[in-house]
Design a protein around this ligand. Structure first.
Ligand code: IRN
Ligand code: FE2
Length: 582
Protein backbone atom coordinates (compact mmCIF):
# COMPACT_ATOMS: atom_id res chain seq x y z
CA UNK A 1 0.00 0.00 0.00
CA UNK A 2 1.37 3.35 -1.05
CA UNK A 3 0.02 6.26 0.97
CA UNK A 4 0.44 9.93 0.03
CA UNK A 5 2.06 12.33 2.42
CA UNK A 6 3.96 15.55 1.98
CA UNK A 7 7.45 16.07 3.33
CA UNK A 8 8.42 19.67 4.08
CA UNK A 9 12.19 19.93 3.85
CA UNK A 10 13.78 22.42 6.23
CA UNK A 11 17.01 24.38 6.03
CA UNK A 12 20.15 22.49 7.00
CA UNK A 13 20.68 24.82 9.97
CA UNK A 14 17.40 23.56 11.48
CA UNK A 15 18.97 20.19 12.00
CA UNK A 16 15.54 18.57 11.76
CA UNK A 17 14.26 15.82 9.47
CA UNK A 18 11.65 16.86 6.89
CA UNK A 19 8.23 17.32 8.49
CA UNK A 20 5.62 14.94 7.14
CA UNK A 21 2.11 16.32 6.81
CA UNK A 22 -1.24 14.97 5.66
CA UNK A 23 -1.71 15.59 1.97
CA UNK A 24 -5.00 15.86 0.08
CA UNK A 25 -3.62 16.95 -3.26
CA UNK A 26 -3.38 13.56 -4.96
CA UNK A 27 -1.30 13.85 -8.12
CA UNK A 28 -1.92 17.61 -8.29
CA UNK A 29 0.70 18.49 -5.68
CA UNK A 30 2.97 20.27 -8.12
CA UNK A 31 0.98 22.97 -9.94
CA UNK A 32 3.41 22.70 -12.88
CA UNK A 33 2.85 18.97 -13.32
CA UNK A 34 -0.95 18.78 -13.52
CA UNK A 35 -2.09 15.47 -15.00
CA UNK A 36 -4.13 15.35 -18.18
CA UNK A 37 -7.73 15.49 -16.98
CA UNK A 38 -8.96 13.84 -20.18
CA UNK A 39 -7.21 10.64 -19.18
CA UNK A 40 -8.33 10.56 -15.55
CA UNK A 41 -6.40 9.35 -12.54
CA UNK A 42 -4.97 5.85 -12.16
CA UNK A 43 -7.53 3.42 -10.76
CA UNK A 44 -5.37 1.95 -8.04
CA UNK A 45 -8.32 0.72 -5.95
CA UNK A 46 -9.68 -1.55 -8.66
CA UNK A 47 -7.59 -4.53 -7.56
CA UNK A 48 -8.80 -4.17 -3.97
CA UNK A 49 -12.45 -3.87 -4.99
CA UNK A 50 -12.49 -6.67 -7.50
CA UNK A 51 -10.23 -8.80 -5.33
CA UNK A 52 -12.90 -9.02 -2.64
CA UNK A 53 -14.92 -11.11 -5.07
CA UNK A 54 -18.27 -9.60 -4.17
CA UNK A 55 -18.97 -7.21 -7.04
CA UNK A 56 -19.98 -7.60 -10.67
CA UNK A 57 -20.73 -5.24 -13.56
CA UNK A 58 -24.31 -3.93 -13.47
CA UNK A 59 -26.83 -5.82 -15.63
CA UNK A 60 -25.38 -6.69 -18.97
CA UNK A 61 -22.21 -4.89 -18.08
CA UNK A 62 -23.65 -1.73 -19.58
CA UNK A 63 -20.95 0.79 -20.09
CA UNK A 64 -23.04 3.67 -18.87
CA UNK A 65 -26.45 3.95 -17.23
CA UNK A 66 -29.49 5.87 -18.40
CA UNK A 67 -28.33 6.85 -21.85
CA UNK A 68 -26.78 9.96 -20.44
CA UNK A 69 -23.31 9.56 -21.84
CA UNK A 70 -21.46 12.84 -21.73
CA UNK A 71 -21.07 12.72 -25.49
CA UNK A 72 -24.84 13.05 -25.86
CA UNK A 73 -24.70 16.56 -24.55
CA UNK A 74 -23.57 19.60 -26.35
CA UNK A 75 -20.38 19.96 -24.52
CA UNK A 76 -17.81 22.68 -24.81
CA UNK A 77 -15.13 20.06 -24.15
CA UNK A 78 -14.43 16.83 -26.03
CA UNK A 79 -16.25 13.78 -24.70
CA UNK A 80 -14.66 12.09 -21.74
CA UNK A 81 -12.81 9.15 -23.25
CA UNK A 82 -12.66 6.70 -20.39
CA UNK A 83 -15.17 3.91 -20.40
CA UNK A 84 -15.56 1.88 -17.28
CA UNK A 85 -18.13 -0.73 -16.41
CA UNK A 86 -19.98 0.31 -13.29
CA UNK A 87 -19.94 -2.29 -10.56
CA UNK A 88 -22.34 -3.17 -7.82
CA UNK A 89 -22.70 -5.83 -5.17
CA UNK A 90 -23.72 -9.31 -6.17
CA UNK A 91 -27.43 -9.83 -5.49
CA UNK A 92 -28.44 -8.32 -2.17
CA UNK A 93 -24.91 -8.21 -0.84
CA UNK A 94 -23.26 -5.56 1.28
CA UNK A 95 -19.99 -4.23 -0.02
CA UNK A 96 -19.68 -1.45 2.50
CA UNK A 97 -16.68 -0.72 4.67
CA UNK A 98 -19.11 -0.98 7.58
CA UNK A 99 -20.08 -4.52 6.60
CA UNK A 100 -16.43 -5.58 6.35
CA UNK A 101 -15.57 -3.86 9.61
CA UNK A 102 -18.40 -5.64 11.39
CA UNK A 103 -17.08 -8.94 10.10
CA UNK A 104 -13.71 -8.06 11.62
CA UNK A 105 -12.02 -7.44 8.30
CA UNK A 106 -9.40 -4.72 7.89
CA UNK A 107 -9.66 -3.60 4.27
CA UNK A 108 -6.78 -1.99 2.36
CA UNK A 109 -8.87 1.20 2.44
CA UNK A 110 -8.85 1.12 6.25
CA UNK A 111 -5.12 0.50 6.36
CA UNK A 112 -4.54 3.34 3.93
CA UNK A 113 -6.65 5.74 6.01
CA UNK A 114 -4.92 4.69 9.23
CA UNK A 115 -1.41 5.29 7.88
CA UNK A 116 -2.53 8.67 6.58
CA UNK A 117 -3.84 9.83 9.93
CA UNK A 118 -0.44 9.85 11.61
CA UNK A 119 1.73 9.99 8.49
CA UNK A 120 3.17 6.59 9.18
CA UNK A 121 4.60 7.45 12.56
CA UNK A 122 3.25 8.10 15.99
CA UNK A 123 4.13 11.65 16.89
CA UNK A 124 4.79 12.39 20.51
CA UNK A 125 1.61 13.36 22.24
CA UNK A 126 1.21 16.63 24.04
CA UNK A 127 1.59 15.98 27.75
CA UNK A 128 -1.82 17.60 28.31
CA UNK A 129 -3.40 14.81 26.39
CA UNK A 130 -1.83 11.79 27.98
CA UNK A 131 -5.23 10.54 28.98
CA UNK A 132 -6.61 10.64 25.50
CA UNK A 133 -7.91 14.18 25.53
CA UNK A 134 -11.31 12.98 26.63
CA UNK A 135 -11.99 15.11 29.66
CA UNK A 136 -11.17 18.63 30.82
CA UNK A 137 -12.20 20.07 34.16
CA UNK A 138 -14.80 17.40 34.65
CA UNK A 139 -16.42 18.15 31.29
CA UNK A 140 -16.59 15.43 28.75
CA UNK A 141 -15.37 16.28 25.32
CA UNK A 142 -16.06 14.17 22.32
CA UNK A 143 -12.73 12.59 21.52
CA UNK A 144 -10.72 9.63 22.76
CA UNK A 145 -7.84 9.37 20.36
CA UNK A 146 -5.18 6.72 20.83
CA UNK A 147 -1.47 7.52 20.58
CA UNK A 148 -1.13 5.35 17.54
CA UNK A 149 -3.94 5.09 15.01
CA UNK A 150 -3.85 1.51 13.76
CA UNK A 151 -5.82 -0.08 10.91
CA UNK A 152 -7.67 -2.13 13.54
CA UNK A 153 -8.68 1.06 15.33
CA UNK A 154 -10.07 2.47 12.07
CA UNK A 155 -12.00 -0.78 11.56
CA UNK A 156 -13.42 -0.70 15.08
CA UNK A 157 -14.54 2.93 14.79
CA UNK A 158 -16.30 2.16 11.50
CA UNK A 159 -17.92 -0.96 12.95
CA UNK A 160 -19.18 1.08 15.91
CA UNK A 161 -20.65 3.68 13.54
CA UNK A 162 -18.41 6.38 15.02
CA UNK A 163 -16.56 6.81 11.74
CA UNK A 164 -17.18 6.43 8.03
CA UNK A 165 -14.85 5.71 5.14
CA UNK A 166 -16.68 7.01 2.07
CA UNK A 167 -15.50 4.93 -0.89
CA UNK A 168 -17.90 3.98 -3.68
CA UNK A 169 -16.80 0.82 -5.48
CA UNK A 170 -17.09 2.85 -8.70
CA UNK A 171 -14.59 5.45 -7.55
CA UNK A 172 -11.34 3.47 -7.85
CA UNK A 173 -9.33 6.68 -8.26
CA UNK A 174 -9.97 7.49 -4.60
CA UNK A 175 -7.29 7.90 -1.92
CA UNK A 176 -9.27 6.63 1.08
CA UNK A 177 -9.74 8.72 4.22
CA UNK A 178 -11.75 8.34 7.38
CA UNK A 179 -14.24 10.74 8.97
CA UNK A 180 -14.89 10.44 12.69
CA UNK A 181 -14.30 12.34 15.88
CA UNK A 182 -11.35 10.18 16.91
CA UNK A 183 -9.47 11.17 13.78
CA UNK A 184 -8.24 14.43 12.25
CA UNK A 185 -11.11 16.87 11.74
CA UNK A 186 -11.89 16.92 8.02
CA UNK A 187 -13.18 19.74 5.86
CA UNK A 188 -15.43 19.75 2.81
CA UNK A 189 -15.47 22.30 0.00
CA UNK A 190 -18.58 22.75 -2.14
CA UNK A 191 -18.03 23.28 -5.84
CA UNK A 192 -20.10 23.29 -9.00
CA UNK A 193 -22.73 25.84 -8.20
CA UNK A 194 -22.22 27.98 -11.26
CA UNK A 195 -23.18 25.74 -14.14
CA UNK A 196 -24.62 28.48 -16.25
CA UNK A 197 -21.32 30.26 -16.53
CA UNK A 198 -18.73 27.61 -16.10
CA UNK A 199 -17.43 24.88 -18.34
CA UNK A 200 -16.75 21.34 -17.27
CA UNK A 201 -12.99 21.82 -17.29
CA UNK A 202 -13.46 24.78 -14.98
CA UNK A 203 -15.35 22.62 -12.51
CA UNK A 204 -12.53 20.08 -12.47
CA UNK A 205 -10.18 22.97 -11.95
CA UNK A 206 -12.19 24.12 -8.92
CA UNK A 207 -11.94 20.64 -7.42
CA UNK A 208 -8.17 20.61 -7.97
CA UNK A 209 -7.88 24.08 -6.50
CA UNK A 210 -9.88 23.13 -3.40
CA UNK A 211 -7.83 20.00 -2.66
CA UNK A 212 -4.59 21.83 -3.33
CA UNK A 213 -5.36 24.02 -0.31
CA UNK A 214 -6.44 21.08 1.79
CA UNK A 215 -10.09 20.15 1.23
CA UNK A 216 -10.58 16.53 2.38
CA UNK A 217 -13.73 16.01 0.34
CA UNK A 218 -15.57 17.99 -2.30
CA UNK A 219 -19.28 18.15 -2.91
CA UNK A 220 -20.42 18.66 -6.47
CA UNK A 221 -23.55 20.75 -6.14
CA UNK A 222 -23.93 21.33 -9.87
CA UNK A 223 -27.29 22.23 -11.28
CA UNK A 224 -28.24 23.03 -14.85
CA UNK A 225 -27.05 21.42 -18.06
CA UNK A 226 -24.28 18.81 -18.36
CA UNK A 227 -24.77 17.78 -14.77
CA UNK A 228 -23.95 14.13 -15.46
CA UNK A 229 -20.90 14.87 -17.60
CA UNK A 230 -19.55 17.38 -15.11
CA UNK A 231 -19.78 14.87 -12.32
CA UNK A 232 -18.13 12.22 -14.47
CA UNK A 233 -15.13 14.45 -15.11
CA UNK A 234 -14.85 15.40 -11.48
CA UNK A 235 -15.04 11.79 -10.30
CA UNK A 236 -12.55 10.45 -12.81
CA UNK A 237 -10.08 13.10 -11.72
CA UNK A 238 -10.73 13.29 -7.98
CA UNK A 239 -8.46 11.61 -5.42
CA UNK A 240 -10.81 12.76 -2.61
CA UNK A 241 -14.33 11.51 -1.86
CA UNK A 242 -17.00 13.26 -3.89
CA UNK A 243 -20.38 14.01 -2.34
CA UNK A 244 -23.58 15.19 -4.01
CA UNK A 245 -27.16 16.10 -3.23
CA UNK A 246 -29.07 13.86 -5.70
CA UNK A 247 -32.25 15.84 -5.05
CA UNK A 248 -30.79 18.75 -7.01
CA UNK A 249 -30.41 16.63 -10.14
CA UNK A 250 -33.83 15.03 -9.62
CA UNK A 251 -35.34 18.53 -9.54
CA UNK A 252 -33.53 19.32 -12.77
CA UNK A 253 -35.03 16.20 -14.34
CA UNK A 254 -38.58 17.40 -13.58
CA UNK A 255 -37.89 20.83 -14.98
CA UNK A 256 -37.37 22.56 -11.67
CA UNK A 257 -40.94 21.98 -10.46
CA UNK A 258 -40.66 20.54 -6.94
CA UNK A 259 -44.25 19.25 -6.94
CA UNK A 260 -43.44 17.03 -9.91
CA UNK A 261 -40.79 15.09 -8.04
CA UNK A 262 -41.52 11.46 -7.27
CA UNK A 263 -39.85 8.52 -5.60
CA UNK A 264 -39.24 6.93 -9.02
CA UNK A 265 -37.44 9.98 -10.41
CA UNK A 266 -35.38 10.24 -7.25
CA UNK A 267 -34.50 6.55 -7.23
CA UNK A 268 -33.30 6.59 -10.84
CA UNK A 269 -31.18 9.66 -10.17
CA UNK A 270 -29.62 8.02 -7.16
CA UNK A 271 -28.76 4.86 -9.12
CA UNK A 272 -27.27 6.92 -11.94
CA UNK A 273 -25.00 8.74 -9.49
CA UNK A 274 -24.20 5.50 -7.64
CA UNK A 275 -22.96 3.91 -10.83
CA UNK A 276 -20.79 6.90 -11.60
CA UNK A 277 -18.99 6.54 -8.29
CA UNK A 278 -20.34 9.22 -5.95
CA UNK A 279 -18.93 8.45 -2.48
CA UNK A 280 -21.52 10.06 -0.26
CA UNK A 281 -24.90 11.70 -0.72
CA UNK A 282 -26.87 14.23 1.27
CA UNK A 283 -30.41 12.99 1.79
CA UNK A 284 -32.92 15.28 3.51
CA UNK A 285 -35.02 12.40 4.78
CA UNK A 286 -35.48 13.78 8.28
CA UNK A 287 -37.61 16.71 7.20
CA UNK A 288 -41.12 15.40 7.81
CA UNK A 289 -44.49 16.90 7.02
CA UNK A 290 -45.50 17.28 10.70
CA UNK A 291 -42.40 19.43 11.39
CA UNK A 292 -43.25 22.11 8.87
CA UNK A 293 -45.63 24.05 11.14
CA UNK A 294 -42.73 24.40 13.58
CA UNK A 295 -40.94 26.64 11.09
CA UNK A 296 -43.65 29.25 10.58
CA UNK A 297 -42.57 31.42 13.51
CA UNK A 298 -38.96 31.43 12.44
CA UNK A 299 -37.14 34.57 11.43
CA UNK A 300 -35.52 32.88 8.44
CA UNK A 301 -37.80 29.91 7.72
CA UNK A 302 -36.17 27.04 5.84
CA UNK A 303 -32.72 27.94 4.47
CA UNK A 304 -31.60 24.53 3.26
CA UNK A 305 -31.92 24.14 -0.50
CA UNK A 306 -32.79 20.45 -0.28
CA UNK A 307 -34.99 21.12 2.71
CA UNK A 308 -37.02 23.78 0.93
CA UNK A 309 -37.53 21.52 -2.10
CA UNK A 310 -38.86 18.71 0.11
CA UNK A 311 -41.00 21.10 2.16
CA UNK A 312 -42.58 22.37 -1.01
CA UNK A 313 -43.29 18.83 -2.20
CA UNK A 314 -44.78 17.78 1.16
CA UNK A 315 -47.04 20.83 1.32
CA UNK A 316 -48.15 20.62 -2.31
CA UNK A 317 -49.23 17.00 -1.91
CA UNK A 318 -49.94 17.23 1.77
CA UNK A 319 -48.07 13.97 2.09
CA UNK A 320 -45.21 12.60 4.14
CA UNK A 321 -41.81 12.97 2.45
CA UNK A 322 -41.01 10.21 -0.04
CA UNK A 323 -37.42 10.30 1.16
CA UNK A 324 -38.59 9.46 4.67
CA UNK A 325 -41.03 6.79 3.54
CA UNK A 326 -38.56 5.14 1.17
CA UNK A 327 -35.51 5.47 3.37
CA UNK A 328 -34.99 1.71 3.68
CA UNK A 329 -35.19 1.36 -0.12
CA UNK A 330 -32.65 4.16 -0.44
CA UNK A 331 -30.31 2.29 1.90
CA UNK A 332 -30.60 -0.86 -0.20
CA UNK A 333 -29.29 1.11 -3.16
CA UNK A 334 -26.53 2.80 -1.17
CA UNK A 335 -25.13 -0.41 0.26
CA UNK A 336 -24.86 -2.06 -3.15
CA UNK A 337 -22.21 0.53 -4.06
CA UNK A 338 -20.98 1.56 -0.64
CA UNK A 339 -22.21 5.12 -0.71
CA UNK A 340 -22.21 6.87 2.63
CA UNK A 341 -25.38 8.68 3.58
CA UNK A 342 -25.07 12.18 4.96
CA UNK A 343 -28.44 12.79 6.57
CA UNK A 344 -29.34 16.34 5.57
CA UNK A 345 -30.36 19.08 7.96
CA UNK A 346 -33.22 20.52 5.94
CA UNK A 347 -34.47 22.36 9.02
CA UNK A 348 -31.16 23.83 10.17
CA UNK A 349 -31.42 27.33 11.60
CA UNK A 350 -30.55 30.10 9.16
CA UNK A 351 -30.19 32.79 11.79
CA UNK A 352 -29.06 33.26 15.37
CA UNK A 353 -32.71 33.79 16.29
CA UNK A 354 -33.71 30.33 15.06
CA UNK A 355 -30.81 28.36 16.57
CA UNK A 356 -31.69 25.23 18.55
CA UNK A 357 -35.42 25.59 17.99
CA UNK A 358 -38.01 22.81 18.04
CA UNK A 359 -37.99 22.34 14.28
CA UNK A 360 -34.23 21.79 14.24
CA UNK A 361 -34.23 19.29 17.08
CA UNK A 362 -37.33 17.45 15.87
CA UNK A 363 -35.46 16.78 12.65
CA UNK A 364 -32.31 15.76 14.54
CA UNK A 365 -34.26 13.15 16.48
CA UNK A 366 -35.65 11.78 13.24
CA UNK A 367 -32.11 11.58 11.86
CA UNK A 368 -31.28 9.41 14.86
CA UNK A 369 -34.05 6.98 13.94
CA UNK A 370 -32.93 6.94 10.31
CA UNK A 371 -29.35 6.26 11.41
CA UNK A 372 -30.49 2.95 12.91
CA UNK A 373 -32.30 1.98 9.72
CA UNK A 374 -29.15 2.67 7.70
CA UNK A 375 -26.90 0.82 10.13
CA UNK A 376 -29.14 -2.26 10.03
CA UNK A 377 -28.51 -2.29 6.30
CA UNK A 378 -24.75 -1.84 6.69
CA UNK A 379 -24.81 1.71 5.28
CA UNK A 380 -22.27 4.18 6.63
CA UNK A 381 -23.90 7.28 8.12
CA UNK A 382 -23.01 10.82 9.06
CA UNK A 383 -25.33 13.56 10.28
CA UNK A 384 -25.48 17.09 8.90
CA UNK A 385 -25.79 19.97 11.32
CA UNK A 386 -26.23 23.72 11.46
CA UNK A 387 -26.04 26.48 10.31
CA UNK A 388 -26.28 29.63 12.42
CA UNK A 389 -25.66 29.07 16.15
CA UNK A 390 -24.27 31.51 18.75
CA UNK A 391 -21.23 30.26 20.68
CA UNK A 392 -23.09 29.44 23.87
CA UNK A 393 -25.56 27.21 22.04
CA UNK A 394 -22.99 25.15 20.13
CA UNK A 395 -22.07 22.54 22.73
CA UNK A 396 -25.66 21.42 23.19
CA UNK A 397 -25.81 20.72 19.45
CA UNK A 398 -22.84 18.39 19.65
CA UNK A 399 -24.02 16.64 22.81
CA UNK A 400 -27.53 16.15 21.47
CA UNK A 401 -26.25 14.84 18.17
CA UNK A 402 -24.02 12.24 19.82
CA UNK A 403 -26.84 11.16 22.06
CA UNK A 404 -29.67 10.99 19.53
CA UNK A 405 -27.67 9.60 16.62
CA UNK A 406 -25.71 6.89 18.41
CA UNK A 407 -22.38 8.73 18.00
CA UNK A 408 -22.53 8.75 14.20
CA UNK A 409 -20.09 11.40 12.88
CA UNK A 410 -21.39 14.97 12.87
CA UNK A 411 -20.80 17.16 9.80
CA UNK A 412 -21.70 20.80 10.25
CA UNK A 413 -21.98 23.87 8.05
CA UNK A 414 -19.89 26.24 10.19
CA UNK A 415 -21.81 27.09 12.35
CA UNK A 416 -21.89 30.86 11.87
CA UNK A 417 -21.66 32.45 15.30
CA UNK A 418 -23.24 35.78 14.31
CA UNK A 419 -25.33 37.10 11.43
CA UNK A 420 -23.84 40.59 11.18
CA UNK A 421 -20.80 40.14 8.96
CA UNK A 422 -21.77 39.33 5.37
CA UNK A 423 -18.55 39.35 3.37
CA UNK A 424 -16.73 37.73 6.29
CA UNK A 425 -18.81 34.64 6.92
CA UNK A 426 -15.76 32.39 6.47
CA UNK A 427 -14.67 34.01 9.76
CA UNK A 428 -18.04 34.10 11.58
CA UNK A 429 -18.37 30.41 10.76
CA UNK A 430 -14.77 29.25 11.28
CA UNK A 431 -15.09 30.42 14.88
CA UNK A 432 -18.07 28.12 15.40
CA UNK A 433 -16.43 25.37 13.37
CA UNK A 434 -13.30 25.36 15.55
CA UNK A 435 -15.42 25.09 18.67
CA UNK A 436 -17.68 22.32 17.47
CA UNK A 437 -14.65 20.51 16.03
CA UNK A 438 -13.08 20.56 19.47
CA UNK A 439 -16.30 19.22 20.97
CA UNK A 440 -16.23 16.28 18.56
CA UNK A 441 -17.59 17.33 15.18
CA UNK A 442 -15.95 15.09 12.58
CA UNK A 443 -16.20 17.18 9.42
CA UNK A 444 -16.68 20.88 8.76
CA UNK A 445 -18.39 22.13 5.61
CA UNK A 446 -16.60 25.28 4.56
CA UNK A 447 -18.24 28.66 4.12
CA UNK A 448 -16.68 31.21 1.79
CA UNK A 449 -16.60 35.01 2.08
CA UNK A 450 -19.35 35.10 -0.58
CA UNK A 451 -21.86 33.22 1.61
CA UNK A 452 -25.28 34.93 1.47
CA UNK A 453 -23.97 37.26 -1.25
CA UNK A 454 -22.91 35.48 -4.42
CA UNK A 455 -21.03 32.65 -6.06
CA UNK A 456 -17.51 32.02 -4.80
CA UNK A 457 -14.66 32.49 -7.25
CA UNK A 458 -11.22 30.88 -7.04
CA UNK A 459 -9.95 33.26 -4.39
CA UNK A 460 -13.07 32.75 -2.29
CA UNK A 461 -12.66 28.97 -2.48
CA UNK A 462 -9.07 29.29 -1.29
CA UNK A 463 -9.99 31.70 1.51
CA UNK A 464 -12.78 29.40 2.65
CA UNK A 465 -10.59 26.31 2.60
CA UNK A 466 -7.76 28.00 4.52
CA UNK A 467 -10.19 29.39 7.13
CA UNK A 468 -11.50 25.86 7.63
CA UNK A 469 -8.05 24.27 7.75
CA UNK A 470 -7.33 26.66 10.60
CA UNK A 471 -10.56 25.73 12.40
CA UNK A 472 -9.96 22.00 11.91
CA UNK A 473 -6.34 22.17 12.99
CA UNK A 474 -7.16 24.27 16.05
CA UNK A 475 -9.66 21.59 16.99
CA UNK A 476 -7.12 18.81 16.37
CA UNK A 477 -4.66 20.50 18.71
CA UNK A 478 -7.29 20.81 21.42
CA UNK A 479 -8.47 17.22 20.93
CA UNK A 480 -4.92 15.98 21.27
CA UNK A 481 -4.60 14.30 17.89
CA UNK A 482 -1.13 12.71 18.02
CA UNK A 483 -0.05 14.15 14.66
CA UNK A 484 -1.36 17.68 15.08
CA UNK A 485 1.23 19.56 17.10
CA UNK A 486 4.43 18.71 15.26
CA UNK A 487 3.75 21.36 12.62
CA UNK A 488 3.10 24.12 15.17
CA UNK A 489 6.30 23.30 16.99
CA UNK A 490 8.32 23.19 13.78
CA UNK A 491 7.04 26.54 12.57
CA UNK A 492 7.61 28.12 15.98
CA UNK A 493 11.22 26.97 16.00
CA UNK A 494 11.66 28.33 12.49
CA UNK A 495 10.15 31.65 13.57
CA UNK A 496 12.35 31.97 16.63
CA UNK A 497 15.46 31.09 14.65
CA UNK A 498 14.57 33.45 11.78
CA UNK A 499 14.45 30.67 9.22
CA UNK A 500 12.06 32.65 7.04
CA UNK A 501 11.90 30.16 4.19
CA UNK A 502 11.10 27.36 6.60
CA UNK A 503 8.38 29.47 8.13
CA UNK A 504 6.81 29.98 4.71
CA UNK A 505 7.16 26.33 3.75
CA UNK A 506 5.50 25.16 6.93
CA UNK A 507 2.61 27.63 6.59
CA UNK A 508 -0.87 26.59 5.42
CA UNK A 509 -0.57 29.23 2.72
CA UNK A 510 3.13 29.64 1.93
CA UNK A 511 2.47 31.98 -0.99
CA UNK A 512 0.64 34.56 1.09
CA UNK A 513 3.12 34.36 3.95
CA UNK A 514 6.05 34.92 1.58
CA UNK A 515 4.26 37.70 -0.27
CA UNK A 516 3.43 39.59 2.93
CA UNK A 517 7.02 39.31 4.08
CA UNK A 518 8.35 40.43 0.70
CA UNK A 519 5.99 43.39 0.49
CA UNK A 520 8.02 45.13 3.16
CA UNK A 521 11.42 43.46 2.83
CA UNK A 522 11.71 42.32 -0.78
CA UNK A 523 15.51 41.98 -0.94
CA UNK A 524 16.70 38.41 -1.13
CA UNK A 525 19.05 38.90 1.83
CA UNK A 526 16.09 39.64 4.10
CA UNK A 527 15.06 35.98 3.90
CA UNK A 528 17.78 35.35 6.47
CA UNK A 529 17.45 38.63 8.38
CA UNK A 530 17.13 38.23 12.11
CA UNK A 531 14.15 40.56 12.29
CA UNK A 532 11.05 41.35 10.30
CA UNK A 533 9.57 44.64 9.19
CA UNK A 534 6.88 44.55 11.86
CA UNK A 535 9.18 45.81 14.59
CA UNK A 536 12.47 46.38 12.78
CA UNK A 537 15.82 45.18 14.09
CA UNK A 538 15.92 47.21 17.30
CA UNK A 539 12.53 46.26 18.66
CA UNK A 540 12.32 42.64 17.59
CA UNK A 541 11.30 40.73 20.70
CA UNK A 542 12.34 37.38 19.28
CA UNK A 543 15.74 38.72 18.32
CA UNK A 544 16.32 40.38 21.67
CA UNK A 545 15.14 37.43 23.70
CA UNK A 546 17.02 35.00 21.47
CA UNK A 547 20.26 36.90 22.00
CA UNK A 548 19.61 37.33 25.69
CA UNK A 549 18.87 33.65 25.95
CA UNK A 550 22.06 32.54 24.35
CA UNK A 551 24.32 34.98 26.13
CA UNK A 552 22.72 34.62 29.50
CA UNK A 553 21.53 31.06 29.70
CA UNK A 554 24.47 30.09 31.80
CA UNK A 555 24.90 33.38 33.57
CA UNK A 556 21.25 33.50 34.62
CA UNK A 557 21.39 30.13 36.28
CA UNK A 558 24.50 31.14 38.17
CA UNK A 559 22.97 34.44 39.25
CA UNK A 560 19.78 32.71 40.40
CA UNK A 561 21.75 30.30 42.52
CA UNK A 562 23.65 33.16 44.10
CA UNK A 563 20.47 35.04 44.94
CA UNK A 564 18.75 32.00 46.34
CA UNK A 565 21.70 31.13 48.49
CA UNK A 566 21.51 34.65 49.85
CA UNK A 567 17.82 34.15 50.71
CA UNK A 568 16.66 36.45 47.90
CA UNK A 569 13.01 36.57 46.89
CA UNK A 570 13.52 37.50 43.27
CA UNK A 571 13.72 33.91 42.06
CA UNK A 572 11.59 30.97 43.16
CA UNK A 573 13.25 28.39 45.42
CA UNK A 574 15.37 25.85 43.59
CA UNK A 575 12.84 23.00 43.77
CA UNK A 576 10.09 25.20 42.34
CA UNK A 577 12.37 26.42 39.60
CA UNK A 578 13.15 22.83 38.69
CA UNK A 579 9.42 22.07 38.62
CA UNK A 580 8.74 25.03 36.41
CA UNK A 581 11.46 24.01 34.02
CA UNK A 582 9.84 20.62 33.73
C1 IRN B 1 -23.37 20.43 5.71
C2 IRN B 1 -23.99 20.42 6.91
N1 IRN B 1 -25.20 20.91 6.75
C3 IRN B 1 -25.35 21.23 5.44
N2 IRN B 1 -24.22 20.92 4.81
C4 IRN B 1 -23.96 21.07 3.36
O1 IRN B 1 -24.63 22.18 2.81
C5 IRN B 1 -24.45 19.92 2.55
O2 IRN B 1 -23.58 18.82 2.67
C6 IRN B 1 -24.42 20.49 1.16
O3 IRN B 1 -23.13 20.47 0.64
C7 IRN B 1 -24.78 21.96 1.40
C8 IRN B 1 -26.16 22.38 0.95
O4 IRN B 1 -27.15 21.68 1.62
P1 IRN B 1 -28.70 22.07 1.57
O5 IRN B 1 -28.81 23.56 1.54
O6 IRN B 1 -29.31 21.45 0.34
O7 IRN B 1 -29.24 21.47 2.83
FE1 FE2 C 1 -26.89 31.32 6.24
Amino acid sequence: IRVPMRAITLHASANEPPLRVYDTTGPYTDPEATPNIRVGLPRHRTAWIVGRGDVAPVDGGAERPQGTAPDDHENPEPAFPRRHRPLRAWGDGSVTQRAYARRGIVTPEMEFAAIRETMGRAAAKDADHENGGGTRDGQTFGAAIPDVITPAFVRDEIAAGRAILPANINHPELEPMVIGRNFLVKINANIGTAMTQSSIAEEVDKMVWAIRWGADTVMDLSTGRDIHATREWILRNSPVPVGTVPLYQALETVGGVAEDLSWEVYRDTLIEQAEQGVDYVTIHAGLRLPFLPLTTERVTGIVSRGGSIMAKWCLAHHRESFLYEHFADICDILRAYDIGVSLGDGLRPGSIADANDRAQFAELETLGALTRIAWERDVQVMIEGPGHVPLHKIKINMDKQLQTCGEAPFYTLGPLTTDIAPGYDHITSAIGAALIGWFGCAMLCYVTPKEHLGLPDRDDVKTGVIAYKIAAHAADLAKGHPAARARDDAISRARFEFRWRDQFALALDPETAARFHDQTLPEEGRKSAHFCSMCGPKYCAMRISGEAHKAAAEGLARMAATFQDAGGQLYPPRETAADLAR
